[in-house]
Design a binder for this molecule. Structure first.
Ligand SMILES: Cc1cc2nc3c(=O)[nH]c(=O)nc-3n(C[C@H](O)[C@H](O)[C@H](O)COP(=O)(O)OP(=O)(O)OC[C@H]3O[C@@H](n4cnc5c(N)ncnc54)[C@H](O)[C@@H]3O)c2cc1C
Length: 386
């Protein structure tokens, strides 16, 4: 049956009524506890530490981690919902919730010891412990195997030396999952993961980095000066860290793709509202063929993006999403957000004012083409599997 009157949206059939209930509670928490304060936090350059506790209490942290470890006990769709609702409300100051819940915690769950999981996952779920993930260094980003931070074996543990940069949650982090070389001669096969205590002697943070957008998200440099990490804070097998990173990136890239699909949808909605209301030359902006054709094009791209990303999400749920599939989802969806530049144009001068969400979308959605593997690296990953 065709519905002539209705507006087309890519159908989403995976989310159950229970998921939608969870979505409502996440959206409500964001609307009440985050959105009204976000502009102030952008001025401060970071969110207050207490918001982590509140988010933990409201069930926004570690939604997909089993309840036995203090998590929400949900599935990957619960994780997707938090990512999507943060994107929908454009509260990019808490992008780090995703790093914490969906990048850091899964490493511990999958590769950590029982003691590490029992001690840290409940604290991460409550917001008592904030986690961050430190791969990138001043001299190595795309090329993870080129990192230079070293972890040298000593009696009872390791000594870490090196520097990390662009680390999300870097300022608030209580614990950092650090990628370091345990066998520098072995390249990719000489990298290990350490769960480093931010109060350890020799650990320090640099300044909050002044980013183009995502102004309320703390992003920092981290320094390791002979930091002692006890043996029981090695995560997973020694020298197996590169393989762990590659498996973690499938999940991370899919989540970035979902974030971008949502960001494009909402940016289009704001724009449609604007061009229907705003008048120039005695007619509303949408009555101009150039603008309506451009919006028709973007709407089509947005729906195609959602459909493709959801099909990758379905594959992830049944365990069949490949590395190149996740790379395509991230590549396609993050590149599709280039359309936000065109959407911003239709706001005229208002589009350049940060009080308008479209202006913040322009700056805050941009890094999705860079982190989690840049678009160039995505092309490389996809090309390798051709
Ligand atoms: C806001 C933000 C938050 C971040 N959060 C984190 C975090 O929490 N933890 C973390 O570890 N990192 C984080 N990063 C770092 C991010 O993952 C890296 O910036 C990214 O991987 C790129 O690395 P790079 O900056 O060193 O660029 P480079 O690797 O130096 O690359 C520079 C350019 O060259 C291109 N390039 C590189 N190699 C190739 C190639 N073989 N072929 C073609 N082109 C190539 C790249 O695509 C890029 O365009 C964050 C970055 C940003 C901007």
């Amino acid at each position: 049956m065709t519905r002539h009157e209705a507006t087309y949206y890519a159908q989403r059939t995976m989310f159950t009524p229970d998921h939608e209930l969870y979505r409502s509670s996440v959206a409500r928490f964001i609307a009440d506890k985050i959105a009204p304060f976000h502009a102030k936090w952008e001025e401060d350059g970071l969110v207050p530490r207490e918001i982590w506790r509140a988010a933990g209490e409201a069930g926004l942290l570690l939604p997909g981690i089993p309840e036995t470890y203090g998590g929400g006990g949900g599935d990957f769709l619960h994780s997707a919902i938090v990512v999507e609702e943060i994107a929908r409300a454009l509260v990019t100051g808490v992008t780090g919730f995703t790093t914490h819940s969906e990048n850091v915690a899964p490493y511990l769950l999958e590769f950590g010891t029982e003691a590490q999981k029992a001690e840290f996952l409940p604290k991460m779920a409550s917001g008592e412990v904030v986690g961050s993930l430190a791969m990138t260094e001043p001299g190595a980003g795309s090329d993870l195997k080129a990192i230079r931070t070293s972890a040298v074996k000593v009696d009872g543990g390791y000594r870490l030396n090196g520097q990390k940069t662009f680390i999300t949650n870097g300022y608030h982090a209580d614990r950092v999952l650090v990628f370091a070389k345990t066998n520098p001669a072995a390249g990719a096969r000489g990298i290990s993961l350490f769960w480093v205590n931010a109060t350890a002697q020799g650990f320090s943070r640099g300044r909050l980095l002044d980013k183009v957008g995502q102004k309320a998200q703390d992003t920092a440099e981290l320094f390791f000066d002979d930091v002692f990490v006890p043996d029981d804070m090695l995560v997973g097998e020694r020298n197996a860290g590169f393989g762990y990173a590659m498996s973690g990136l499938v999940r991370e890239r899919l989540l970035i793709a979902m974030r971008c699909a949502t960001a494009l949808e909402v940016a289009l909605e704001w724009t449609l509202t604007h061009v229907k209301q705003r008048r120039a030359f005695d007619k509303s902006l949408i009555e101009n063929q150039f603008i309506r054709f451009k919006l028709a094009e973007i709407k089509t791209h947005s729906c195609a993006t959602r459909a493709f990303v959801d099909s990758c999400l379905a594959q992830y749920l049944d365990g069949t999403l490949t590395v190149d599939g996740a790379a395509m989802a991230k590549f396609w969806a993050s590149e599709a957000t280039r359309a936000i530049d065109d959407l911003m144009q239709f706001f005229g001068g208002y589009g350049y004012m940060r009080e308008y969400p479209i202006a913040r979308a322009y700056t805050d959605v941009r890094p999705n083409r860079i982190y989690g593997g840049s678009s160039e690296i995505m092309r490389e990953v996809i090309a390798r599997a051709l």
